[in-house]
Design a binder for this molecule. Structure first.
Ligand SMILES: C[S@@+](CC[C@H](N)C(=O)[O-])C[C@H]1O[C@@H](n2cnc3c(N)ncnc32)[C@H](O)[C@@H]1O
Length: 359
């Protein structure tokens, strides 16, 4: 009897981490890792959390792309993936930590950016994982992630899946279609981000690239042996891994040639819209970190200001504390009202202190 596919989909252990890192990472993950690191570096974060970091391809790119002063914490559900990542190493120190993306062991507002490469599709409850990311982000922080597009746009994965369906017609292994390529609808991604409290809709970009290898045997090993597809094959035929890999190599050679192979890959890159922390809207409680930055005024109804806090307000907003909130909940969460600072006065310190009315 074979294992439950959905549970086995998240098991990256045994020989998988090494084969994943050696065969699959250069084949399909590297170009997207460089892309995410470049996008993140442009935002100049001070502290970065990576979730579902796997064997560290994005972590290594971040270590290179971000200044040494930027703290990077890289996490994954599966410790064997992190063990592989830390044994490969990075050009500067990184904090590696086992963590489930749906229950992050970090304080609220402790990172400027959360990054995740090809991990979201593995989370049983994506909205919950995104809400966790949002919780640990500072106001104005960004969640940046990518997901694979549908399997038809990813030619090696589609060919391997078809070949295995021919080998096991009664019970085709569907890991690749079900999980890595099973979370690609922009509308669904937007809904999950909205459920998690991110302002939307996200500005999703679809990015095609090429996947190249010296022979068809490389992608066959990469997919059949370096991913949880291996668990599905072995659960159908304990001794059949080598022959299933050969069947896939032949199918790839028929479609892409007997020498070097070259196929299309495609993914969606999803930056959440900067979270201006809608918990500051009237009626919502504000966070500890933002409360600390409020210049309290003792006179009810007098406008109070936030100190510049990351790029939360970006000089576009000040807040007033309502009389009720000030009187009733002053020492706890306060209620705020948004006020737009006139455009001519943005970035002006004079305007800030004048507006505060208490300096
Ligand atoms: C396709 S790999 C991507 C790894 C890495 N980001 C990369 O680009 O190579 C998916 C990763 O998600 C991890 N994962 C699965 N479920 C997870 C969860 N609930 N929380 C955190 N990581 C998870 C797996 O252990 C695996 O390392």
């Amino acid at each position: 009897m074979h294992t439950d596919g959905h549970n086995a989909d998240k098991v990256f252990a045994g020989s998988i981490p090494e084969l994943y890192d050696v065969y699959l990472v250069p084949l399909i993950f590297e170009p997207y890792a460089i892309d995410l690191a470049r996008r993140l570096a442009a935002r100049r974060p001070g502290r970065v959390l990576e979730i579902a970091a796997g064997t560290g391809v994005v972590t290594r790119a971040l270590a290179t792309a971000l200044p040494a002063s930027v703290d990077v914490v890289a996490t994954d559900l599966n410790q064997p993936m992190l063990d592989r990542a830390s044994s490969v190493g990075t050009c500067r120190p990184i904090e590696w930590r086992q963590a489930d993306a749906m229950a992050l062991p970090f304080a609220d507002g402790s990172f400027d950016a959360v990054v995740c490469q090809f991990g979201a599709m593995f989370f049983p409850d994506r909205a919950r994982a995104f809400a966790q990311a949002r919780r640990v982000l500072v106001p104005g922080g960004v969640l940046l992630f990518n997901v694979w597009d549908r399997i038809e746009e990813n030619e090696f994965a589609a060919t391997v899946t078809e070949a295995l369906a021919g080998l096991y017609p009664q019970d085709p292994p569907r890991f690749m279609a079900r999980t890595p390529h099973g979370y690609c609808e922009n509308g669904v991604i937007g809904q999950d981000l909205a459920k998690a409290g991110f302002p939307g809709p996200p500005l999703i970009e679809t990015l095609a690239a090429r996947s190249r290898a010296a022979s068809s045997r490389i992608p066959a090993i990469a997919y059949c042996q370096g991913t949880p597809l291996r668990n599905e094959i072995e659960s159908r035929d304990a001794a059949g891994l080598a022959s299933a890999t050969a069947v896939c190599a032949n199918a790839l050679a028929r479609r892409f040639g007997t020498g070097a192979v070259d196929g299309k890959i495609q993914a969606h890159v999803v930056p959440s819209r900067p979270d201006r922390r809608d918990r500051f809207r009237p009626g919502n409680a504000c966070s500890q970190s933002a409360r600390a930055s409020v210049l309290f005024d003792r006179t009810p109804r007098t406008p109070v200001l936030l100190e510049p806090h990351a790029d939360l307000f970006n000089d576009r907003y000040a807040v007033t504390l309502s009389e009720t909130a000030f009187g009733v909940r002053r020492d706890k969460a306060a209620l705020f009202q948004w006020v737009q600072v006139p455009p001519g006065n943005r970035s002006s310190r004079k305007h800030r202190s004048g507006y505060g009315g208490n300096e």
